[in-house]
Design a protein around this ligand. Sequence first.
Ligand code: FMN
Length: 321
Amino acid sequence: MRIFLAPMDGLTDDIMRHLLTRVGGIDVCVTEFVRITNTLLPKKVFYRASPELLNSGKTVSGVPVRLQLLGSDPVCLAENAALAASLGAPAIDLNFGCPAKTVNRSNGGAVLLREPENLYKIVKSVKSALNGSTPLTAKMRLGYDDKSLALECASAIEDAGADELIIHARTKTEGYRPPAYWDWIAKIREVVSLPVVANGEIWSVQDYLRCKEQSACNDVMIGRGLISNPNLAKQCKLVSDGEPFNPIAWPDVVALLIEFFELTLAKMGEKHATGRIKQWLRYLSREFTEAEALFLTIRQDKTPQLITDKLKVCQAKVLNA
Ligand SMILES: Cc1cc2nc3c(=O)[nH]c(=O)nc-3n(C[C@H](O)[C@H](O)[C@H](O)COP(=O)(O)O)c2cc1C
């Protein structure tokens, strides 16, 4: 069984991937989407999306990072995929699930799920550009407005030659609202034979076990659940091995937050770093009451020094507790 860290634009950048894969339990990462319109992008765009390309396409902990592309032009996607593969991406992933209006208006992301024949053309074109040397995977939702084309879309992706399919078990219209329809993944598995990875609404070990059972998948992808609960993948691995598992301890989360803030500040500058740390704390608040308290103390702070000082005070308190 494998656990994937979901691609999440504005959340799972190289820093988050580095920290979460170091905590452990994650087998595969996927970059945030790289949008392809009608040009061959410069190499620097791919290095920015995946600095791991300079480390054989892996995080420091050795976890492969697939490069995700989003677009609708089969030829242009193919050219860009070939370039990303030549830079060392361990696999290329195609995004057929993005619900954003701007993306869907230009015929990319989830809107393609209305047109299985176009999914076929895109996957086929990218697959042939990759020459069999780099695996091609796709990530889809169950549909756009409804689930009526779910099986057809999955079959089109398989017939066109994709090596693996990740299914976010909701339509575009269902957005990110629970529930995720894991049983639909099992229905799709009955009609395709490529490996399938189940995704959506895994927040706990219990969800993980239920998702595996209902989707009939061994492999799962976790997004927001891993941001809220950084060792969730590790817990899932332990439970699968019949071992006892514990949530990550709050002092360890504080150490991660301090490192995250330092790295983000160095990479993105003050404005973005202060936004990112608040964003992570809000996700962590779901699991840790301490995170909510910390969020409230830094919520109004705009200067990194103030935030660093408060993080350090928090660390000193938890170490002395
Ligand atoms: C903020 C955010 C950004 C996302 N960005 C991407 C993306 O770039 N590519 C993609 O395929 N899915 C993206 N997704 C969808 C996630 O990969 C995943 O399918 C979804 O969050 C459901 O999984 P979860 O319930 O475990 O979070 C994004 C989701 C969120 C919440």
